[in-house]
Design a protein around this ligand. Structure first.
Ligand SMILES: [Zn+2]
Length: 182
């Protein structure tokens, strides 16, 4: 399966093979700019990030802050928060894209299809009847009609903390997430 903008992919795949310092998830979390890293929300234990190589528009991933390769290495609090975030992401996808279905899943290990095997993550993506279109079937290529910055803008407010939920700021950065550039 090739994406139309797949020149990025080799570097991405290669970077996943290194240890923590080269991990794209760990690096994204360290980045100051949320927009640049495509991080939609940072919770106490996990963060939500757009997939840079989406299968469909709105393809997000929920990723633990800790560099662990399997849910077996995560704390109960982290696992619970991951599923809470999955529910929030589902609501955001339903509100923004009105999909007819949603895939929610993990690939643990390279043989299972994990691109970043060292740092486990939960994929959540919207599906529509017939979204495996002729380009996919005939040319083994996917067309992603919406640009990532647009997807980011549409989902960011909805995936962020709702009323009554504790917002976790990263130290000193002021997070820069409130209402900027809507
Ligand atoms: Zn990592």
């Amino acid at each position: 399966m090739e994406r139309l903008f797949s020149p990025w992919r080799l570097r991405y795949v290669a970077s996943g093979r290194k240890k923590n310092s080269g991990c794209v998830f760990c690096r994204a979390l360290k980045l100051g700019s949320r927009r640049q890293s495509l991080i939609l929300h940072v919770g106490a234990h996990n963060f939500v990030i757009l997939n840079r190589y989406p299968y469909n528009n709105g393809h997000m991933m929920i990723v633990p802050k800790e560099h662990v390769s399997s849910p077996r290495g995560a704390s109960p609090a982290s696992l619970l928060e991951m599923m809470e975030l999955a529910v929030r992401c589902e609501s955001a996808l339903r509100a923004v894209y009105r999909p007819s279905g949603i895939n929610l899943g993990m690939n643990l290990g390279r043989s299972a299809g994990a691109g970043i095997a060292g740092h486990y993550h939960l994929h959540i993506l919207p599906r529509w009847d017939g979204d495996t279109n002729f380009m996919t079937a005939i040319l083994d290529t996917r067309v992603i009609p919406e640009a990532l910055p647009v997807t980011y803008r549409r989902l960011r407010r909805l995936v962020g903390p709702g009323p009554g939920r504790g917002r976790r700021r990263r130290s000193g950065a002021g997070s820069g997430r409130r209402g900027r550039g809507r």
